[in-house]
Design a protein around this ligand. Structure first.
Ligand SMILES: [Zn+2]
Length: 295
């Protein structure tokens, strides 16, 4: 049983598309069970690289309109996941995508990496208003190390603590991660299909990820697995909604960003519990419900 007694599930993401890439299955899984889900997005993703020609001139170095367009993409993605309208931290446009580490984007006004205590307060206010039973954020590296993901990690950690001090102690706080063993298995299967010319081979122009190229954590570090195999259609629809950023393979088994590196659409999503008590676990020693033990 999944508890939906109060504010349900609150997820904090850096850019439009992160919610679908890392937690799209989990969002759809809990919405299907009637759990309230709030997705907070910290920036508009203005510095994203655009796939294809149709919207290419919206990019930061041309019209600088990509952020506005990505609100549309996020709205469609959340609709596919049945997760309601977008919620941007501080209101849409308050903080700007800081770009990849070492790029000039980080010196532009309003960048999220320099959001300071105001961002912590804004997110603390959200936590106090929503009163979630479960909060999901990023690990200390922000998954793959994007400065905005690291900043999202920092403010989520700080806001969960600040909210606890001000009257809402979130019962369970998780990091979204990927299990390295699952990633390796999937990549090996894709390589095999490609070599043997089987259905579901690597699309033309794409390449396999190198060992360690995609963010993952050692399998033993994962505390919780959510089976999302029954909501993969919704997750794929959400990924496709972010068409300026993501291409989904014809097989639906992988997607790629503008770098054309194949990333799996896994049938499970992984988490590490970092605050609160672990609930009942399965034979594999992992929880299989983010709300486990809260009923
Ligand atoms: Zn991101």
């Amino acid at each position: 049983m999944t508890s939906a007694a109060t504010g349900g599930l609150l997820l904090v993401h850096a850019h439009p598309d992160d919610e679908s890439i890392t937690t799209g299955g989990t969002i759809a899984h809990y919405r299907r069970r009637g759990v309230p889900v709030t997705v907070v997005t910290c920036t508009l993703g203005e510095e994203g690289e655009v796939i294809g020609d149709e919207w290419a001139l919206l990019a930061a170095e041309h019209a600088d309109q990509l952020g506005g367009y990505r609100i549309v993409e996020l709205t469609r993605a959340l609709a596919a996941l049945d997760a309601g309208p977008p919620h941007f931290l501080g209101g849409a446009g308050r903080w700007r995508d800081s770009g990849m580490a070492g790029t000039p984007a980080a010196r532009k006004p309003r960048v999220f990496v320099r959001s300071g205590v105001e961002a912590v307060q804004a997110l603390t206010d959200v936590v106090l208003r929503v009163r979630p039973q479960v909060v999901v954020g990023y690990d200390t590296k922000g998954g793959y190390g994007h400065p905005d993901h690291i900043r999202a990690h920092e403010i989520t950690t700080a806001a969960v603590q600040a909210a606890a001090d001000q009257g809402w102690d979130t019962p369970k706080f998780y990091w979204t991660v990927t299990d390295a063993d699952m990633l390796r298995l999937h990549t090996a299967a894709l390589a095999r299909r490609t070599v043997e010319g089987l259905p579901g081979a690597l699309p033309p122009g794409w390449r396999l990820p190198a060992e360690g190229e995609l963010a993952s954590v050692p399998s033993h570090a994962v505390t919780t697995t959510v089976d999302v195999s029954d909501v993969l259609t919704a997750k794929r629809a959400a990924l496709r909604a972010h068409a300026t950023q993501i291409t989904v393979a014809p097989s639906g088994r992988e997607f790629a960003l503008s770098n054309n590196v194949a990333q799996p659409v896994l049938p499970e999503e992984h988490f590490i519990l970092v605050r609160g008590s672990r609930g009942p676990v399965g034979p594999d020693g992992r929880e299989h419900d983010l709300f486990a033990g809260l009923d």
